[in-house]
Design a protein around this ligand. Structure first.
Ligand code: BES
Ligand code: MN
Ligand code: MN
Length: 461
């Protein structure tokens, strides 16, 4: 399909510049100080849909940030693809670790991206990736090659749990009716090793608070005689795993499905180098649950991690003090058949049961989400696989990811439609981290691949 490369070659500079403009908007959904920017970003997304040729564009208000909806229905008898993405981004801190401003996008070459990468918060997660769809749609519209109907739903609260999108989906089932959901918010193994994400993890996220004495105390006068909540919290966290790095919460693994040897052999077939993995992260050794490979640990095994821990004195110099309170944010990534509500309850019960009488504990659940797996024998997966095979000249490998997009399980439940996770980012693109970036190669390859998905899907459906 020559028109695809012709159109991209002619317009690629503009495609890059338009993405750069979008990346200048600090649409941080977690921080209320950026409220106006998030709203402005929704406007910019709607405007880009209009310019690309979409109809019925609507900025759908919610109790939180709006959802941008747009569509192009060319023939109700043709299949419909629903494209989902998110225009909100993670907070940019720690700012001092960025080599350039998180909202001042610049293009730099790296070892992995010799053709250059755009550095900015949201470049890969997810502005650069959902914008590929807007540009592919523009391409299909302008070259008169859109083969089926398309609906866009780009939300502004993915990074904070998509609560309002859940409600929107439940109350807009008819409007969102579709035959496949296509999402680019994940990655590939490497630029010469395409892959399609076939699994996402569920999530249970909680905050714990441990209270010792009713006020901060002099650590000499009281030290050793009362419970120090920071010490106790550390001991309690240590009891979350055993010496084999199995999670010690009773019942935690009860519903986990063990994979067959065949399925495990499939996972082992995906190209992966432990030496490169260690080198990329400056690690002298890896760490994880005994009996499982790194790919299995991230892809098919549930995990538990402390995301943040604080309390007591952390300022300049020393202060001799026993804090009254200590806190931690803890997440568990869940695999198929584990329910986030059940796991949250199991954690909470266990955490309370291991607390000594000398402290009080409080557990507050944050957002959660159910895991998701996509079969590979459905028309939409085949359409994506063939599309990537065409543009990368290599058949993509199915890979289960350790990341979560909780709304995907809800799409399946409410709309009865499977999602295809055809992402183009790399693990090294530093999403959620300082110096996030997205390769120009990846961006343009995405724009090139998506139209093939549409034609393949329209034919196979
Ligand atoms: N796009 C990511 C999820 C992702 C990235 C999945 C790479 C697979 C590969 C998404 O924006 C994200 O960050 N999700 C959160 C969960 C959310 C509830 C905050 C996550 O995985 O931590
Ligand atoms: Mn994302
Ligand atoms: Mn994210």
């Amino acid at each position: 399909m020559e028109h695809i490369n012709n159109y991209i070659n002619k317009h690629k500079d503009r495609f890059i510049n338009e993405l750069i403009e979008l990346l200048k908007i600090p649409s941080i959904s977690a921080d209320p100080n950026y409220k106006q920017d998030v709203l402005n970003c929704a406007d910019a997304v709607a405007k880009s849909m209009e310019n690309a040729g979409a109809d019925n564009i609507e900025i759908c208000e919610t109790p939180g940030y709006p959802i941008v909806y747009a569509e192009k229905i060319i023939d109700p008898n043709l299949p419909t693809v629903l494209v989902y993405g998110h225009y909100d981004v993670q907070p940019a801190d720690p700012l001092e670790l960025w080599n350039s401003g998180p909202f001042e996008p610049i293009i730099k070459k790296t070892d992995i991206h010799p053709e250059g990468a755009i550095f900015a918060r949201g470049a890969c997660d997810d502005k650069g990736q959902f914008f590929m769809h807007v540009k592919s749609f523009e391409l299909m519209m302008k070259t008169d090659t859109l083969p089926c109907n398309v609906k866009f739903m780009i939300e502004g609260e993915e990074e904070v749990g998509s609560e309002n999108l859940g409600v929107f989906v439940q109350s807009n089932k008819e409007r969102l009716e579709c035959d496949a959901i296509l999402i680019s918010d994940t990655g590939i193994i490497a630029n010469d090793t395409p892959s399609i994400t076939t699994g996402l993890k569920g999530l249970s996220y909680l905050e714990v608070e441990v209270t010792g004495p009713n006020r901060d105390l002099h650590s000499g006068l009281y030290g050793g005689a009362v419970a120090n909540p920071i010490n106790i919290l550390c001991e309690m966290i240590a009891k979350m795993k055993d010496e084999k790095n199995h999670i010690a919460i009773p019942g935690f693994y009860d519903n986990v499905i063990e994979l067959s040897n065949e399925e495990r052999a499939d996972i082992a077939r995906a190209p992966f180098s432990i030496d490169k993995y260690k080198a990329a992260l400056d690690l002298s050794d890896i760490h994880g649950e005994e009996g499982y490979s790194t790919m299995e640990r991230t892809g098919i095994r549930p995990t538990l991690d402390v995301n943040g821990i604080w309390g007591g004195y952390t300022g300049e110099g020393a202060k001799t003090v026993i804090a009254s309170k200590a806190y931690a944010k803890i997440s568990m990534r869940l695999v198929p058949n584990q329910s986030d509500k059940e796991i949250t309850k199991l954690f909470s019960d266990y955490f309370k049961s291991i607390a000594p009488k000398s402290v009080k504990v409080k557990v507050t659940p944050h957002h959660g989400g159910e895991p998701y797996v996509s079969p590979t024998d459905i028309p939409a997966y085949q359409a994506a696989s063939k599309a990537m095979e065409t543009t990368y000249r290599k058949k993509p490998v199915p890979v289960r990811s350790g990341g979560s997009i909780p709304i995907v399980a809800l799409f399946e439940k409410e709309l009865g439609v499977k999602s295809i996770l055809m992402g183009f980012g790399l693990d090294s693109d530093a999403i959620h981290s300082p110096n996030e970036h997205f390769g120009i190669f990846n961006y343009l390859k995405g724009i090139e691949t998506i139209p093939y998905f549409f034609t393949n899907f329209s034919k196979e459906f």
